[in-house]
Design a protein. Sequence first.
Length: 341
Amino acid sequence: MQNIDCDWKSLPFGYFKTDYNVRCYWKDGAWGKLEVSDSEYINIHIAATALHYGQEAFEGLKAFRGKDGKIRVFRWEENSKRMNHSADAIMMQPVPKEIFKEAVITVIKKNEKYIPPFGTGASLYLRPLLIGSGPQVGVKPANEYMFMIFVCPVGPYFKEGFNPVKIQIVRDYDRAAPLGTGHVKVGGNYAASLRASVRAHDEGFASVLFLDAKEKKYIDECGPANFFAIKGNKYITPDSNSILPSITNMSLREIAKDMGLKVECRKVTVKELDDFDEVGACGTAAVISPVNKILDRNSDKIFEYCKDGKAGPVSTKLFQRLQGIQLGEVEDKFEWNLIIE
Ligand code: PLP
Ligand code: COI
């Protein structure tokens, strides 16, 4: 299959029109058949619950063109599970795993010419979306749902790629409440993060570091990515009810263990930032972003890492192993990839 003409190495992380998306509707108590569409628009009721009451959840996963020319999708089953946790949290219809898988495979095959070639650093980003599409004016769950996936070829989320980024601790905005929806991937969490993240960008930072909303003592997560730190032989990452359980972080924890590191998933205090050797953000879009500077906006205290200007050695090894698995260069011993024939 001939690729489209594109400057793959300069692709940003953003919307890119492709040829097809896939859609499936839940109506009268059952999911229908998966449909392929070439329209970028959807037609929903003016009183759809997604528009009024935030009944909406999304996912993000990637497909890669490997060194051997094969197409690999990374851990789609985890995204399917997490989308259904999100659905459960805001009372939407879950999407059966078989439909999710068929949608993933179909949308990739239909848009094969948009899969960035091996060696470009770019990938095909899949964006599954589940919305309440049926009307309600009272605050109630919808009685109709729509599931879809569109795809875009993308480059790195942070323009710095695998080069270190600056982030800032905010204390005047919360992304999610302790018993709220921070642990699921619903649009409202992202709306709540916009003011803090736009301000961080305007002030020259790649992202925000959110703290726990109750005590402002513990680290939660790093904008659209989880937080991790390396201290000696330890991979440390926050345990919190208000962060999204990242599939990348879950994978890095397994890789870290396999590399002989000790993994600690526990509350991490802001004070500990003084003691870490390496700090990073991880996620599907972000992959791994090493952090070289953290500013606490309130106290003006600065924490610094990567003093030689480069990512730390452990973050580099984790990144290479993860990317190697995704691109088919390193043995997929955990069986994370689905190969699309
Ligand atoms: N945290 C938030 C808030 C996110 O939006 C994402 C992106 O999905 C992540 C963390 C990273 O999760 P994953 O590695 O599953 O992409
Ligand atoms: C992802 O990493 O897939 C995300 O969903 C991040 C996104 C909000 C840009």
